[in-house]
Design a protein around this ligand. Sequence first.
Ligand SMILES: *[C@@H]1O[C@H](CO)[C@@H](O)[C@H](O)[C@H]1NC(C)=O
Ligand SMILES: *[C@@H]1O[C@H](CO)[C@@H](O)[C@H](O)[C@H]1NC(C)=O
Ligand SMILES: *[C@@H]1O[C@H](CO)[C@@H](O)[C@H](O)[C@H]1NC(C)=O
Ligand SMILES: *[C@@H]1O[C@H](CO)[C@@H](O)[C@H](O)[C@H]1NC(C)=O
Ligand SMILES: *[C@@H]1O[C@H](CO)[C@@H](O)[C@H](O)[C@H]1NC(C)=O
Ligand SMILES: *[C@@H]1O[C@H](CO)[C@@H](O)[C@H](O)[C@H]1NC(C)=O
Length: 270
Amino acid sequence: MGLGLLTLPAVLLLLCGRRTECTDPDITTNAVYMSEKTVILSCNLSVNSLIVSGHRWLKGSKVLHEDKDTSNVMTYNVTGLPGDGSGQYTCEFLTTPDVRMVVNVSVSPQVLHLKASEHGNEGDTGVLTCQSNSFPPVTDWAWYIVSPNAVEVIGNGSSDRYVIKSTGNQTVLRISNVDIEKDQNEYTCNATNELGTGGDVIHFKVRSRLAALWPFLGIVGEVVVLVTIIFIYEKRRKPDEVCEDEDSATGALKSNSGANNDNLRQRNSN
Ligand SMILES: *[C@@H]1O[C@H](CO)[C@@H](O)[C@H](O)[C@H]1NC(C)=O
Ligand SMILES: *[C@@H]1O[C@H](CO)[C@@H](O)[C@H](O)[C@H]1NC(C)=O
Ligand SMILES: *[C@@H]1O[C@H](CO)[C@@H](O)[C@H](O)[C@H]1NC(C)=O
Ligand SMILES: *[C@@H]1O[C@H](CO)[C@@H](O)[C@H](O)[C@H]1NC(C)=O
Ligand SMILES: *[C@@H]1O[C@H](CO)[C@@H](O)[C@H](O)[C@H]1NC(C)=O
Ligand SMILES: *[C@@H]1O[C@H](CO)[C@@H](O)[C@H](O)[C@H]1NC(C)=O
């Protein structure tokens, strides 16, 4: 009998000692949607024998809020749905030991592209990326080319120029040897989780080889113009070589007047 009494607290301690896994069956949770963007989470501790010295809300391992309130009910307003708000929230009653419960805020996938439009040079590899931070995690990614009259599914198998790598919250489509006529399209990436599907569109623009050369040609052009200007300027300066002043216009005037003065001086000395 004595042994039975001793083992019960030991088992409880073991369960709650591993901080991450300790959830209390005496906490009831609730999530009330105030709007599409806001949900109020609440946790209700039904055991009155525990002395509550405060509350703590976490998202994952990040502490969102902490207070010293002693009530058996704690609430938290989640805003910014469906974008950043979804995830796993934990309510923690500061008792001895702490008791906590996880509340899931789930949404269908919200997909973000890294860039609304991507550019690729003809012949190079185009890289298109989509991400989703939504909870629950994405289970399937799919890529499509959407044109006014058709939707074409893109996969690893549909062309040896496509390689798709999907790792949980991200998918990357690589198109090798980009073709200006075939590959300049609108690409849709769709993500699916247990709540539904969400997607995004990326415009892929292909630059011709020549266009890729333009900046280089521009620089060459600038150099040619500069060299020509310097050359012409130098040629024009040649006849005035006598003048040593930097400013050619006033220099010419000064040297003229200087020559006159010299003439005068010479005349005077004569
Ligand atoms: C908390 O739970 C108790 C018992 O389960 C219930 O009587 C009480 O109304 C609940 N309080 C809130 C704010 O939900
Ligand atoms: C949470 O939302 C409720 C209802 O909109 C509001 O009454 C309450 O003040 C909000 N709490 C916080 C901390 O913003
Ligand atoms: C919360 O999400 C996790 C992970 O998807 C799942 O294992 C768990 O059962 C969910 N909890 C509830 C109460 O739905
Ligand atoms: C995607 O998941 C990885 C690993 O889980 C994480 O490090 C990264 O921050 C996540 N990226 C986004 C955009 O959520
Ligand atoms: C596509 O192929 C690449 C390598 O060939 C592989 O790493 C990737 O997982 C494949 N993607 C899919 C969706 O099967
Ligand atoms: C991709 O997902 C969107 C929802 O965001 C849906 O309307 C569309 O039909 C899906 N596209 C395909 C080809 O399944």
